[in-house]
Structures are given as C-alpha cells and as structure tokens.
Design a binder for this molecule. Sequence first.
Ligand code: ACO
Length: 324
Amino acid sequence: MFPSRPVRSVILGTGAYLPERAVGNDELALTIDTSDAWIAERTGIRQRHIAAADERTSDLAVQAARRALEAADMPVRSIDLIVCATSTPDNTFPATATALQHKLGARACPAFDVQAVCSGFVYGLSVVDAMLRAGQATTALLVGAETFSRILDWQDRGTCVLFGDGAGAVVIRAEPDQGRGVLATRLAADGSHYEQLYVDGGAGSDGRVGHLRMQGREVFRHAVGTMSNAVQETLDGVGLTTDDVDWLVPHQANRRIMDAVGRKLGLTPDRVICTVDRHANTSAASIPLALADGVGKGLIRPGQLVALTAMGGGFTWGASAIRW
Ligand code: ACO
C-alpha cells in the first residue's frame, strides 16, 4: 500500500467553525460582576462564540471537517481514520467521532475520541501521526471540537469569562518523506494536579453535566513552564532551535500566558498566532482554529516550521513541530 520510503504525516487542509452567536465581554457584564476592561487586561479576550441550544459538539465538528476537506481538495470517501479531540462529547458514549463520521457521510473506518482537555489536539495529532506512519490508515481527519459553554458555572466570574465554543479540523495524509509534515511530537501528564482544573460531574454536551472548577493562578504558573519546555524539548529532539521556528501556535487560553511562553522561547509576538481575543479558550479546538486562521490569512505557508504547544486539565501538556 505504501511506497518503501518512510512516510510523514502531512497536513493538507485546515477548517474552522464558530457558532453564529458571538458574545462580547460587555454582554457578560450584564449578568455577572465583571467588565470588559478586567477581562481584556487579564486575558486578552474580547469575545467568545456560544453554540445554539440545538447545536452539539459533533455539529460544530462536522462544519469544520467539511471546510478542512474542501481546503485539502479531498473527497470525504478518502478519509480512513477519524479522531475527535474533545472534553465535551455529545454523550458519554459513543465517541463524538462516530457521530461526526455519520453526519459527514464518511465510510466505515476507525473513529474514536481523544480526551486530554486543552492538550487534546496535540495528543490527537500524536496518535494520528503514529497510526499513519504505522500504515494503519492513509488519510485522517483530526478535529478538535468543544461546547465548553455547557459545562461552565455562569455564576463563577473567575472561569465563565474565559471559555468559548468552536471546532477546528485538519486533513492529514501519509506521504513519502520529502521533509514536509509532522517532524516530532511530545506528550506529558502529571495527574497530581487533577484537582486544579476539573469538572465536578459527568461528561456530555446536553446540559446535564458538572461544572468546570479551576485554580487559575496554579494553572497559569504551570502553563508557562510546561508549554515552553515542551516546545524546547520537541525541537531539541529533531536538532532544531527556536530560531528555526516561523510560527508558534500555542493553545489559546490567555494572552498573558502566550506572551510569557513566547518570551521564554525568545519568540516575539509577531511570530505567535493569536486568536484568543476573538475565540476565547476553546480547549481542544483552540489550536486547529488558530491554525486555520493563520493559514487563511496567508501567515502560515508551505515550507515554514510551525510549533504547536498546549497545556490543560490533568495536567496534560505537549508540543509538536511541523514542517508545513
Ligand atoms: N471580573 C472581575 N473580577 C474578577 C473576575 C472577573 N471575571 N474574575 C476574578 N475576579 C476577581 C477575583 O474575585 C479577585 O478579587 P478579590 O481580589 O477581591 O478577591 C481578583 O479578581 C483577582 O483574582 P485572581 O483569580 O487572583 O486573578 P488573576 O490575576 O489570577 O487572574 C485569571 C485570574 C485570569 C483566571 C488568571 O489566573 C489566569 O488567566 N489563569 C490561567 C487560567 C486559564 O487560562 N485557564 C484556562 C484553562 S487551562 C488552560 O487552558 C491552560
């Protein structure tokens, strides 16, 4: 099936979907004791998108997936692996990836979810890359999709202002190695931080769930160190340095975290893709949404070195280096 040369996982197309309803900080200030100034200054967030009552995580995912297939110029029948990174699945089971498969009209193939909260896309990319290089599939759809609005405590101003809903997708194909594609990924977790960022109830995006609880300062402190170290270690592993990086695409949690990671790595803000102002924190969807934004604006171009990094509940974290 594969040529005898080694293969690499090459991203052929990206797609994004944001629910229609955008909610600005001022609108939140109508119902909770907060302000646009506080949110913008502490986080860089100006607005977030919120899914409609009848929109489920798989509905967001399917829109992003269609756009990624279109951008890749690939028919849906070419997909033989579907991975959905989400912490807000449609239901506890089956996997949202199977709902996505059905709604997309994809053929029978492996379809499963990856749950690593905000690190979900990087975890998913690592799994997809390994499966493609092992010859278990040829063309994969990897989607990060979330409806975090369903698991927020809308009375807790320390958390509800930070998150939004959305989905981002990539089509990834195994191609003979010509230097392009996923060069390396690194994953990590430390469950001793479990209680610093968790949901105090079951899983699901139908509203009958627990709520997100977070010790914001602890998360902030760990996020900067883990994400910058993960990028550094990933680059070291393939003999590259931060000077080689054209774009850093960090998990979009908070502008101050992203700036601090950039500073630690010696990357100026003009080399960091930022969407947190418009999307807020969309957890596993944040990196593919930022990738689609960067590609759509012509910032991320073929041949460039792109570093992804994320950190989330667990704590989990990781990084990837991709030759675009
Ligand atoms: N509006 C107004 N005031 C607020 C708000 C709000 N939305 N939220 C908290 N405050 C108040 C607090 O009540 C507190 O008031 P007090 O001094 O009277 O007690 C004051 O602001 C300071 O609160 P802190 O929590 O200490 O504020 P801090 O400067 O740490 O900022 C924040 C809070 C923005 C959550 C910060 O800790 C942070 O960004 N942490 C990272 C969390 C994050 O991004 N998590 C995303 C999930 S994990 C991930 O994706 C990596």
